[in-house]
Design a binder for this molecule. Structure first.
Ligand SMILES: [Zn+2]
Ligand SMILES: [Zn+2]
Length: 261
């Protein structure tokens, strides 16, 4: 069967793919991954992301500053994002958000820098790729306050549970499932999976991190997305084909990706 799926969150420009990026991309394509969105985490990596998209018209990008990097926000950062958004491969602001689990940047600067990027998303009318960890209430509060109903976006690598779904649905946001969904100790995420509306979920690898069960301990790559999609189909009691087509349609709608020929 000819299946296709979108990997809505990957980091193909990172060092772990330095040696064999082309093969990884080829394997992705051969497995049926038809479009990939790379998430930005810092500004230094942006140029190579744009270049990769220029030679692969089915690869797209987000631009933004990860909460771990928040301390590196400067007076030029907002303008850098504005300018970069003019590149045709840019489909989102992010990943950005709050990570109070690691706190690689202090909470105050994380909050400030997240607010800046949410405001840019409103200004530029772009969807947000949200990274949030141990900071649900603060994240929701900022999105409600700054968004005023004009925001759209996705909670990437969803690690919440059923208790977060009402708020997410009120915000009109999407949820994206990563390989974590396949882990044995992910009961809360697994409990949320069948409760999400068919038009509100995406799937992603977040590669090179978070290889799914079956590939655990290995470097993750876009072709492994099928493990997560399969688990999701199992949890939702539907076919893998349906998960592939629903999640891809949703990613395409959220990021305004082109239809495939
Ligand atoms: Zn993330
Ligand atoms: Zn990421």
């Amino acid at each position: 069967m000819n299946r296709s799926i979108i990997d809505s969150h990957a980091h193909l420009g990172w060092d772990s793919f330095k040696e064999d990026q082309a093969e990884v991309i080829k394997r992705a394509q051969e497995s049926g991954v038809c479009q990939i969105v790379q998430a930005g985490v810092d500004f230094a990596g942006t140029e190579s992301m744009l270049k990769l998209a220029e030679s692969h018209d089915w690869i797209f990008n987000g631009v933004g500053l990860h909460p771990h990097e928040a301390k590196h926000w400067s007076a030029n950062s907002a303008d850098f994002i504005r300018q970069t958004c003019k590149h045709p491969s840019i489909v989102a602001i992010g990943e950005c958000g709050l990570d109070f689990y690691y706190e690689h940047s202090d909470k105050e600067s994380q909050i400030q820098v997240f607010i800046e990027q949410v405001r840019l998303a409103v200004e530029l009318n772009m969807p947000l790729i949200i990274h949030t960890r141990d900071a649900w209430s603060e994240t929701f509060e900022i999105l409600r306050k700054e968004g005023g109903g004009r925001l759209k976006g996705v909670f990437h690598c969803f690690t919440g549970g059923p208790e977060h779904l009402e708020e997410i649905s009120d915000l009109d946001f999407y949820v994206s499932f990563s390989g974590i969904l396949t882990f044995k100790n992910a009961q809360n995420i697994q409990a949320a999976a069948p409760l999400i509306k068919p038009e509100r979920y995406l799937v992603e690898t977040d590669c090179p991190y978070l290889a799914p069960e079956g590939k655990r301990g290995k470097r993750n790559e876009p072709s492994f997305i099928w493990f997560t999609a399969k688990k999701l189909a199992e949890l939702r009691g539907c076919s893998l084909e349906l998960v592939a087509s629903e999640s891809s349609n949703n990613a395409r709608r959220l990021f305004s990706l082109p239809q495939l020929q």
